[in-house]
Each structure stands twice: as structure tokens, then as C-alpha cells.
Design a binder for this molecule. Structure first.
Ligand code: AP5
Length: 191
């Protein structure tokens, strides 16, 4: 976190079903920055039947990741919008080391740095229980197992990377929503 201040360029990291989207809504409002969910942006593109939506629909329903080049375009365009000038809360990006590099490049070009990476962690059984209960198109048991596997292989390595850079804050997400929110707000320097 910047000395004495609150975090304004924040990444929310964590496995599928950890509660990133749930927390991003409140946290974004309280930090007064846009909560940017790449998953929501892609689902909107699918619903709109756009070229991007047609390209990613099958990938999303299989539980795989959309390719890094496509995601770089999506995120670069979103972070260039005026509301992201005062900061952002990224939910679901980056989730590969290539995406880490892309984000670092975008920030470097703007003369900015990340303030914090918040890891919300939850045991696997609970993740499966939560997502099955929600029942989104990619919340079928086989797909959830695949998303968890992809998380372990592609996204979990980001934890060590950000830890080494002193940016990682770990939050126990296996608690009631309000308790997780309170902890995240504290970590971000919001009373
Ligand atoms: P995305 O939408 O990012 O999905 P995800 O990471 O798998 O995360 P979820 O939305 O499942 O979980 P969440 O942590 O947000 O939890 P939530 O708050 O919803 O990505 C979907 C797909 O898009 C990917 O598989 C990929 O194909 C593609 N994609 C997206 N970004 C990409 C990228 N950067 N690169 C490549 N591909 C990308 O909560 C889950 C449930 O639990 C809810 O029902 C909620 O009410 C409940 N809940 C939340 N908190 C609690 C709590 N504390 N206690 C009990 N229940 C809780």
C-alpha cells in the first residue's frame, strides 16, 4: 500500500468461487475505483453475440483460459478508459505469467505501479460447493474441476511472484462474506 494512503491499483487473486466477484463490488465502491471483472466482460460479450463473444464462448464453457493476446486487448482497452485513471480493482486478471507481464507493461507506460495483490483463499471442497450452488453456465462439476486445475497450473504461480515483490496480502475467504469484506477493507487501508 502507498505510505499512509489507501490502495487504488489492486488485483484480486484467488481460485474460482473464492468470492472475488462478490467482494469486488463492495471493495471497488469503498476504494472509489472501478471493479473490473474480465469474466463479466467476457460474459457480456457472449450475451451480446459480438465477435469477441463468439470467439470465447466455447473456451469459457470448457473451463479453459482465453488466450493471452485476446485478454491483453480486452484489458488494455478497459484500463485506457477515463474512470480507470484514478485506479482500479482487477478481478480475474492477471491469471498467467504472460498476463502479469502485460499488466506490468500497461502500468509502466502510464508511469504507475500496483499497490497490492489480494489473495482470497478458500479450501477446494468449499469452492466446489459454492459454485455448484450458484449454477452459472460453467458451474458444472466437471468444468469446475477443470477450472481448479487451470488455476493450480497457470494462476497459482503468480502467488510466489507477487509475494517476492512484497505486494501479496493473504485473506482467509472461508468466512462469512461480511468478515471477508472487513478484512479486505482493512488491508486496503479503508477504515
Ligand atoms: P471468472 O468469471 O473470472 O471466473 P472465476 O475466476 O472462475 O471466478 P468465479 O466467478 O467462479 O468466482 P469468484 O471468485 O468471483 O466468486 P463469486 O464472488 O462469484 O472467469 C470465467 C471464465 O472466463 C474463465 O474460466 C476463463 O475462461 C475466462 N476468463 C476470465 N478472465 C480471464 C483471463 N484473465 N484470462 C483468460 N481467461 C479468462 O462467488 C462464488 C459463489 O460463492 C457465489 O454464489 C457467491 O454468492 C458465493 N460466495 C461468495 N463469497 C462467499 C462466502 N464468503 N461464503 C459463502 N458463499 C460465498
Amino acid at each position: 500500500m502507498p505510505a499512509g494512503g489507501r490502495s487504488s491499483r489492486v488485483v484480486l487473486l484467488g481460485p474460482p468461487g473464492a468470492g472475488k466477484g462478490t467482494q469486488a463490488q463492495v471493495l471497488g465502491r469503498r476504494l472509489d475505483v472501478p471493479a473490473i471483472s474480465t469474466g463479466d466482460m467476457l460474459r457480456e460479450a457472449v450475451a451480446a453475440g459480438s465477435e469477441l463473444g463468439r470467439k470465447v464462448e466455447g473456451i469459457m464453457t470448457s473451463g479453459s483460459l482465453v488466450d493471452d493476446a485476446t485478454m491483453a486487448e480486452v484489458v488494455r482497452e478497459r484500463l485506457a478508459r477515463p474512470d480507470a485513471g484514478r485506479g482500479f480493482l482487477l478481478d480475474g486478471y492477471p491469471r498467467t505469467m504472460a498476463q502479469v507481464e502485460t499488466l506490468a507493461g500497461i502500468l509502466r507506460e502510464a508511469g504507475r505501479e500496483l499497490d497490492a495483490v489480494l489473495l482470497v483463499d478458500v479450501p477446494e471442497d468449499e469452492l466446489v460447493r459454492r459454485t455448484l450452488q450458484r449454477g452459472r453456465a460453467d458451474d458444472k462439476e466437471g468444468v469446475i474441476r477443470e477450472r481448479l486445475k487451470v488455476y493450480r497450473e497457470k494462476t497459482a504461480p503468480l502467488i510466489g511472484y507477487y509475494k517476492e515483490r512484497g505486494l501479496l496480502r493473504e485473506i482467509d475467504g472461508n468466512r462469512p462474506v461480511e468478515d471477508v469484506t472487513a478484512c479486505l477493507l482493512r488491508v486496503c487501508g479503508v477504515a
